[in-house]
Design a protein around this ligand. Structure first.
Ligand code: AFP
Length: 327
């Protein structure tokens, strides 16, 4: 018998606890809608002549591209008025985002990187959106900075959207990691990857070896180990687009790493809305995310856009980094 066709809506409803109000379910549904809008624009971007720099600089000091701005706008506008959120944090905005007073507020905080890997856009390389969801600390308040500065361990859900040869929505609300593929003809996400787990035997490692001479000794030794010790031999694959590298390693097994180095002494990846949500997904798929010393999920950010070294993927490979960096 062939597999049943299950839409994202049907799957989300089937996962919803009986007494739940459905706020989280509808939040996911709106993020899936954002995914469709961003995917459509991404596919048409060259045609619409919107590629190129926007001319503004975001909080990371990186030049924003028009698609980043569009993706940020879509995420914000689909979520500010729904009454489900009490705050948001976006990679593209300096400060946390309160819900406008004219709208009612809800219990959740949404943190997101609307378009990660945007330096790859002009070359048609896969990019992604990352998001995480926290519950408010005080249900009677409208949302405060302390609701946003939270360790990944307190996430109630996380996910990413990957804009590749197909568009996929991957999420976990703590009961497995599930992936849906967009059928562009009918505009629906269909369940294609139920209960994703890192395979036992990894296949890949993903580091920017262009920076290897700038890494600390322990990191260089780990790289040597990766290149010589594992059986069967691992292959190197590095896209330089976090979601794409993470997604491939989730499907085939492997590790993505961005250590500290001279240009980025604390690593390049952001803790709150990139490393934390992906570490949450990794743990729910049998993997692990670390800063080289401790779980990424146990680090409470001091600031919204804090960076961290990241090692994430197959548990045994990530634990090995901790061993080498601890030596
Ligand atoms: P951009 O959004 O500027 O393309 O950065 C992407 C990213 O944060 C992450 O997705 C990549 O893994 C990493 O940077 C690549 O950085 P390097 O080019 O230094 O390897």
């Amino acid at each position: 018998m062939s597999n049943p066709l299950i839409t994202i809506e049907r799957f989300l409803l089937s996962q919803q606890p009986e007494n739940a109000k459905g706020d989280l379910t509808t939040l996911f549904y709106d993020i899936a809608l954002a995914a469709k809008m961003i995917a459509t624009q991404t596919r048409r971007s060259a045609l619409l002549d919107i590629l190129g720099y926007e001319g503004t600089t975001n909080v990371q000091g990186e030049r924003q591209r028009k698609l980043d701005v569009y993706a940020d706008d879509v995420m914000f506008k689909l979520n500010d008025h729904t009454g489900r959120l009490c705050a948001m944090v976006s990679e593209e905005r300096d400060d946390w985002i309160p819900i406008p007073e004219v709208y009612s507020k809800g219990h959740y905080i949404l943190v997101y990187d609307p378009l990660d890997g945007s330096s790859n856009i002009d070359t048609n390389v896969t990019i992604g959106t990352i998001f995480g969801v926290f519950h408010t600390l005080d249900i009677d308040q409208r949302g405060r900075i302390e609701d946003c500065l939270r360790p990944g361990r307190e996430l109630v859900a996380a996910g990413y959207i990957i804009y590749g040869t197909s568009t996929m929505f991957v999420y976990s609300a703590g009961q497995g990691v599930h992936g849906f593929t967009l059928d562009p003809e009918i505009g629906e996400f269909l369940l294609t990857h139920e209960n994703m787990r890192f395979p036992e035997k990894p296949a890949y490692y993903s580091f920017n070896f262009g920076a290897a001479l700038l890494w600390e000794k322990g990191m260089q030794k780990y790289a040597e180990w990766l290149q010589s010790a594992p059986e069967p031999r691992l292959s190197q694959r590095y896209i330089g687009s976090l979601v794409a590298d993470f997604h491939r390693n989730l499907l085939y097994g492997g590790i993505y790493g961005y250590p500290g180095e001279v240009k980025y002494p604390n690593g390049k990846i952001r803790l709150l809305y990139e490393a934390g949500p992906l570490a949450f997904l990794a743990e729910h798929a049998g993997g692990y995310g670390s800063n080289g010393v401790t779980s990424l999920l146990d680090i409470k950010p001091d600031s919204l856009h804090q960076r961290t070294p990241v090692f994430i993927g197959t548990r045994s490979l990530v634990e090995k980094v901790e061993e080498f960096l601890g030596k």
